[in-house]
Design a binder for this molecule. Structure first.
Ligand code: S3P
Length: 165
């Protein structure tokens, strides 16, 4: 079994994923961390040098690989669903949970972030709102289950995911 988590930056994919993997006795894999390990460079630096398209190509290759390996919880980068190939691979080969939060809550969590290249803009709150508007339908299309993450605690979220498996 592969359980994968999709959602906006700051929706809790890595935190929930790590706890969930421990509870299920599965390996935890984070596609961003795997990309950074292969690059030997942060995603922020890679974006600055090579641009978003090059990053998306790399992300697609990594997700294609990671969705083959069985027995893990996979946290994906927030933009993974932008590529139809990623949505298809995730939906076909894994149980996909969309961790859904409002842009207001995401901004509250990410307002001091310096690592996410797409949020290093003059008005990150507006950027988050636009990203959410564009991506919410894509996350929904990719996911088997939607979990609202605005209010519940991490243990409550994990309970909700476990109930669906
Ligand atoms: C991105 C989200 C990041 C990372 C990259 C692009 C996005 O992952 O993959 O900076 O397009 O939303 P997180 O969702 O883990 O922040």
């Amino acid at each position: 079994m592969i359980v994968s988590l999709v959602g906006m930056p700051g929706s809790g994919k890595s935190t929930v994923g790590r706890h969930l993997a421990r509870q299920l006795g599965l390996r935890f894999v984070d596609s961003d961390a795997e990309i950074e390990r292969r690059l030997g460079q942060t995603i922020r630096d890679y974006f600055a040098e090579h641009g978003e398209d090059a990053f998306r190509d790399l992300e697609q290759r990594v997700i294609a690989e990671l969705t083959q390996a069985d027995g893990c919880v996979l946290a994906t980068g927030g933009g993974a669903v932008l590529r139809p190939a990623n949505r298809d691979a995730l939906h076909a080969r894994t149980q996909v949970f969309y961790l859904r939060s409002t842009p207001e809550e995401l901004f509250r969590r990410l307002r001091h972030d310096t690592q996410r290249p797409l949020l290093q803009v003059a008005d990150p709150q507006r950027r988050l709102r636009e990203m959410f508007r564009d991506r919410d339908p894509l996350y929904r299309r990719c996911a088997h289950f939607v979990v609202e993450t605005n209010r519940p605690s991490v243990p409550a979220l994990i309970g909700m995911v476990l109930m669906q498996l």
